[in-house]
Design a protein around this ligand. Structure first.
Ligand SMILES: Nc1ncnc2c1ncn2[C@@H]1O[C@H](COP(=O)(O)OP(=O)(O)OP(=O)(O)O)[C@@H](O)[C@H]1O
Ligand SMILES: [Mg+2]
Length: 252
């Protein structure tokens, strides 16, 4: 069953059309990587799917609930109750962590469960300690973000996203701010999550990693989905744009 359905999304910033007729779907537990050049619209797509941006038109359905649909060319968003229900089912991990600098690690992880989901504080903390243990951060619960390495910060932001037990976890270039050693550390954590049967949609430039963990890979170029296929087919593609992108990648 599809946990995410996206149909004909369009998004422009002023005169610049950033997303052009984007359609995709994700099954429960599926792992999908999105690759593409800088400026191709990958972050904008994830931001639209997480309602950090509004779409101009199209449809987004999360776990059977319609976030936005389009009537007569005009997008119509669901009411706050449905949007909140959807928000509780999704998590987003950013490139630059986006931790709350004035809260310690524990509070960063428990903030949304306690204040947005209404989970009792002691229960939220118990979950948080479990996640910290699982992600190798047991001794960092009382540390502040400025006291963490990049890799640790990113693992905290993954713990924070997991704290709401999302059905879909989105990652926007989770390792691109990290050096190679810390990248390995974070990729290992993401790899370990693949056994949880959670749907994961990962924007990444880590081609070997994407190829290894993905059920499907989506290649975006200039606001369109050029390919949506298995990793094996993507890397053997005859499409000129795909070949040019992957070729550039190998040279750099
Ligand atoms: N808030 C905004 N206002 C105006 N233009 C924007 C805004 N956000 C993104 N854009 C433009 O939309 C296009 C797509 O940007 P986006 O961030 O989605 O690309 P990306 O594929 O994530 O690139 P990268 O790999 O560099 O992260 C770019 O041309 C960008 O300048
Ligand atoms: Mg981006």
């Amino acid at each position: 069953m599809s946990i995410l359905e996206v149909k004909n999304l369009e998004k422009s910033f002023d005169k610049l059309q950033v997303l052009k007729d984007i359609s995709l779907s994700a099954d429960n537990g599926e792992i999908i990587s999105i690759i593409g050049s800088s400026g191709s619209g990958k972050s904008t797509l994830l931001r639209c799917l997480n309602r950090l941006e509004t779409v101009d038109s199209g449809e987004i359905i999360v776990d059977g609930d319609t976030m936005v649909s389009t009537v007569n060319g005009k997008s119509i968003y669901a009411g706050e109750d449905i949007l909140k229900k959807i928000r509780m089912k999704t998590g987003l991990v950013f490139q630059n962590f986006n931790l709350f600098p004035h809260y310690d690690v524990l509070r960063n992880i428990t903030e949304a469960p306690v204040f947005a989901a209404g989970i009792p504080k002691d229960e939220a903390e118990k979950t948080a300690y479990g996640l910290l243990e699982q992600l190798g951060l047991k001794d960092k619960a009382k540390a502040y973000p400025y006291q963490l390495s990049g890799g640790q910060s990113q693992r905290v932001s993954i713990a924070r996203a997991l704290a709401l037990k999302p059905k879909i976890l989105f990652f926007d270039e989770p390792t691109s701010a990290l050096d190679p050693e810390l990248t390995g550390e974070v990729l290992k954590v993401i790899r370990s999550l693949t056994s949880l049967n959670m749907t994961m949609i990962i924007v990444t430039h880590e081609m070997d990693f994407a190829r290894e963990i993905s059920d499907r890979m989506i290649f975006m170029d200039q606001g369109v989905i050029v390919e949506d296929t298995t990793p094996a087919d993507l890397f053997n593609s005859d499409n000129e744009r795909t070949k040019a992108f992957l070729g550039k990648f190998h040279e750099s």
